[in-house]
Design a protein around this ligand. Structure first.
Ligand code: CA
Length: 232
């Protein structure tokens, strides 16, 4: 999952990015409204943390312009504590949630998890598929109840596929959602990660769809047998 943080307060921006990276997300950052708007308009983020009071372009305007252009990613606003009118403007502009400053980082993390899973159509913080459980709260993966040790890239890859259960995800899409913009991206590494992940999971969960990408199909939903092939 790849996130964007738009916050002009340098310390707060750094703290947010550090906490989100620590939680296993790929994170891009912007320090003013123009830069933030541009990134959100051109890069495929899974969610955005957007401050309202921003130089060069107000956060609510940034959001309005994204929504007008059809950008649907979940947006969590950072508002002033007493800024009820900002909250109203923000929701009307298309915000999904807000946190008032000063906030506890844990609350931001929890709200983002909720936005991400709701955007993907999941109601609970544990995403399960057959023997695999993705514990999004604890950032853990369990197979048959046993925790599996994964690197952050492996976790991100599995988390993305689990959030998009039953949908074929291309390698390009994976690259765009697993790495921040400064990362030296190479879609060949995805294949390597998938290979390692399969080995660590020890179960036949990630399927290769030749020429299209990868899928984790919910049990009993592999009816589309013409498309889904077992890993070679
Ligand atoms: Ca600000």
């Amino acid at each position: 999952m790849r996130l964007l943080v738009v916050e002009d307060d340098k310390d707060l921006n750094r703290q947010l990015v550090a906490a989100l990276e620590q939680a296993g997300y790929a994170v891009d950052r912007a320090f003013d409204g123009e830069e933030g708007w541009f990134l959100g308009d051109t890069e495929p983020y899974d969610a955005v943390v957007l401050d309202i009071g921003l130089p060069r372009k107000d956060g609510v305007r940034v959001l309005e312009e994204w929504r007008k252009a059809g950008r649907k990613m979940p947006v969590l606003l950072l508002t002033a504590r007493d800024g009820w009118s900002d909250k109203v403007r923000g929701f009307d502009a298309g915000a999904d949630d807000y946190v008032a400053k000063p906030f506890h980082m844990e609350e931001v993390l929890a709200r983002l998890r909720a936005l991400l899973r709701r955007a993907a159509g999941h109601a609970t913080s544990d995403l399960t598929c057959g023997p695999i459980t993705l514990d999004t709260r604890g950032g853990r993966v369990l197979v048959d109840g046993n925790p599996i040790k994964l690197t952050s890239h492996e976790y991100r890859l599995l988390a993305y596929l689990m959030h998009h259960l039953g949908r074929v995800v291309s390698r390009t899409e994976l690259v765009e959602h697993l790495y921040d913009q400064d990362f030296d991206r190479d879609s060949n590494t995805i294949e390597v990660f998938v290979g390692r992940l399969r080995k660590k999971l020890g179960v036949d969960a990630i399927q290769t769809v030749r020429g299209l990408g990868y899928i984790i199909a919910p049990p009993g939903a592999e009816g589309d047998g013409t498309m889904v092939k077992s890993p070679s």
